[in-house]
Design a protein around this ligand. Structure first.
Ligand SMILES: [Zn+2]
Length: 272
């Protein structure tokens, strides 16, 4: 064997070893996500100390006043309870810092919300787990992956108009790993909430695969996908839809809605 062929052989062997190790790491990550009993809930957007919640909101007070971040500080605990009662560990996080509004701070403490304290909550951050992924709100997606979760749910509401407009085509946006999770969550939502309490003109909610990092939340889903973690963004209800606003602004209904999100997660976790 010449020195040249020897060198080539060594290069080929180390390349094979690297590929093999990479394959093992991938298998390990897949197994971990599949066997994990941890569910992370991310409260969407953040609470600004003076301006309040920074998510979507109802256009005016006619059919109730709701803002996404405020809503999920109040109700994420009901999702968590359903998940925990089924035997899974559930952790709630938010990209921002502790709300200054007393009621929300109390809810956050009660539900042990972990604040990631993003230095500039409106800034774009690169994922520590998958540095090719960048987005606003990425630090809480990173926190979620630090927990080695079996599922990550980004809690949001939608809004498609600055004025009131009846619009019904809500969806669960998901990554490739999360299609089954999103389908299960949609089944439960259609079965228990849409046109079963919350009027929706007979329109079922959809499931949309989102793997384009340039679209809202796309890279949160992508970074989870690259860790083999199913992830979903909940965009079922429209705060600009008077019917949805009327329904969700009632405390008992908001609990029903949150619990249906929780049941969707649990039904998926059980049948994985
Ligand atoms: Zn949102």
């Amino acid at each position: 064997m010449t020195r040249f062929t020897m060198k080539r052989l060594l290069i080929a062997l180390s390349a094979a070893a690297i590929l093999l190790m990479g394959g093992c790491v991938q298998q390990q990550m897949q197994k971990q996500a599949l066997e994990s009993n941890v569910v992370v809930l991310d409260i969407g957007h953040y609470y600004h100390p003076e301006r309040g919640g920074q998510g979507a909101r109802t256009p005016d007070a006619r059919y109730g006043v709701i803002e996404e971040t405020d809503f999920w500080y109040r109700y994420a605990g009901y999702v968590k309870k359903v998940v925990q009662d089924a035997g899974y560990q559930c952790i709630i996080c938010n990209r921002g810092s502790m709300p200054t509004k007393a009621e929300l701070a109390e809810a956050a403490r009660k539900n042990e919300v972990v604040h990631v304290n993003t230095p500039v909550p409106t800034g774009i951050y690169r994922s520590r787990h998958h540095p090719n992924r960048m987005a606003v709100g990425m630090l809480s997606a990173d926190f979620a992956l630090d927990q080695r979760p079996g599922a990550v749910i980004f809690l949001h509401h939608n809004s498609n108009a600055a004025k009131w407009l009846v619009y019904n085509k809500g969806a669960f946006y998901c990554n490739e790993r999360g299609v089954r999770l999103a389908n299960t969550m949609a089944e439960v939502m259609n079965r228990d909430i849409l046109d079963h309490g919350m009027p929706n003109n007979g329109v079922p909610c959809g499931v949309v695969l989102r793997n384009n990092g340039r679209q809202g939340g796309g890279d949160w889903l992508n970074t989870c996908n690259e860790s083999y973690v199913p992830a979903v963004i909940t965009e079922v209800s429209f705060l600009s839809n008077p019917e949805h606003a009327k329904y969700l602004s009632k405390h008992a209904n908001a609990i029903q809605f949150a619990e249906a999100i929780g049941r969707g997660i649990v039904e998926y976790m059980k049948k994985r």
